[in-house]
Write a new protein. Structure first.
Length: 98
C-alpha cells in the first residue's frame, strides 16, 4: 500500500513500480487442446459427405435410388394429400406470425 509518510517512501515507490509493471502485462487466453489429426480428417470427411448429399438433394438427384434404371418417375401427390399439406403449411405460417 502507498503511505504519505516519509518513512514509507521506498515502499510506496516500489508499490508504484510494481503497479506499472502489472499494467504492462497482457494476457492472451487460448484453449489448451491437442487435436488428433485423424479426428479432424474424419470430421471433415463427414462434412463433405453431408454437403454432397445436400447438393444432390437440392439439385434433384438421388444416388441411393437406383431402382428407376435411368427412367424418370412421375411422382405427383394425390389431391387430398396436397390439400392436407397446404393446410399444414398455412397453420404453421399462422402460428409463426403470432
Amino acid at each position: 500500500t502507498i503511505s504519505p509518510e516519509a518513512a514509507h517512501t521506498d515502499e510506496s515507490i516500489s508499490t508504484c513500480q510494481f503497479a506499472q509493471r502489472v499494467a504492462l502485462t497482457k494476457n492472451t487466453a487460448r484453449i489448451n487442446e491437442e487435436v488428433d489429426p485423424e479426428l479432424v480428417i474424419q470430421r471433415l470427411r463427414a462434412e463433405v459427405k453431408r454437403l454432397r448429399d445436400e447438393v444432390a438433394f437440392l439439385s434433384g438427384k438421388d444416388d441411393d435410388d437406383s431402382s428407376n434404371d435411368g427412367e424418370e418417375e412421375n411422382a405427383t401427390l394425390p389431391q387430398h394429400a396436397i390439400g392436407e399439406l397446404t393446410e399444414a403449411v398455412d397453420k404453421y405460417i399462422h402460428d409463426q406470425s403470432k
